[in-house]
Design a protein around this ligand. Sequence first.
Ligand SMILES: Nc1ncnc2c1ncn2[C@@H]1O[C@H](COP(=O)(O)OP(=O)(O)OP(=O)(O)O)[C@@H](O)[C@H]1O
Length: 265
Amino acid sequence: MLRIKELVKRYGDEKAVLKNLNLEVPGESVVSIIGASGAGKSTLLRCINKLVEPSSGSIELNGTELTKLEGKALRLARRRIGMVFQGFNLIDRLTVMENVQSGRLGYLPTWRAMTRRYPQEDIDRAFHLMERVGIAHYANKRADELSGGERQRVGVVRALMQEPEILLADEPTASLDPKTSKQIMELLRALASELHLPVLINIHNVNEAREYTQRIVGMRFGRIIFDGKPGDLNQDAMDEIYAGVPAEERDGAQSSTHLREVAAR
Ligand SMILES: Nc1ncnc2c1ncn2[C@@H]1O[C@H](COP(=O)(O)OP(=O)(O)OP(=O)(O)O)[C@@H](O)[C@H]1O
């Protein structure tokens, strides 16, 4: 169970981008977070895995308060949070196997990780997961030789190698074509149920959110203003979440997170 209470995030002296946000995600549920660009969706995910430091409030994962952790305790907690990225975040020159094994870094002594001498059980687990998502035959291929959908499957396996207690996906399909997007959403939904994992997906494509997730959380200006089943997301709710956003930009627009990542490359 993920339990977020009164979460506030402020970048520097700017006004808060998350404003006293409350959210509970029980096990095994697939929740999508939608909202206009700048609503605070990525910041929320980044606060959960502490890529950014919350300004105040609490984030509890299965009874562990994450916001207060530091040093080793933080590292241990972080390895329980799997993250899937829009741009995949793979190391191109490494093989698929090497990339997925990087999900075990939080568990291995440094010498073992540096020399890439992975324990047999980690190799077995990697093959099992790669077979599950259909990429086992690519184990020894370089990551940059794969298609976008295959790369995202590597990203998913890497996250699962962490034995996570929750999976966070930050626009996992935004770099993919529609058919591949559906396959990845289908996969995330299936894995949530097979592995009894809560999955939190930040997503721009509202149609995919409706089709593949059981619960939709709508954000606006750092607040949750909708929280319900896909069937409850009617036109009024959509208009409130996306007020002021042109219709053609509501779906599939490039996110500011993506643009920032591209600019940083
Ligand atoms: N590292 C940062 N430093 C300063 N401001 C930031 C930073 N990251 C995000 N912001 C600001 O916080 C606000 C929320 O951004 P965030 O990326 O969380 O929104 P989002 O809903 O995920 O948007 P998008 O869908 O476009 O990615 C925006 O105004 C953004 O400019």
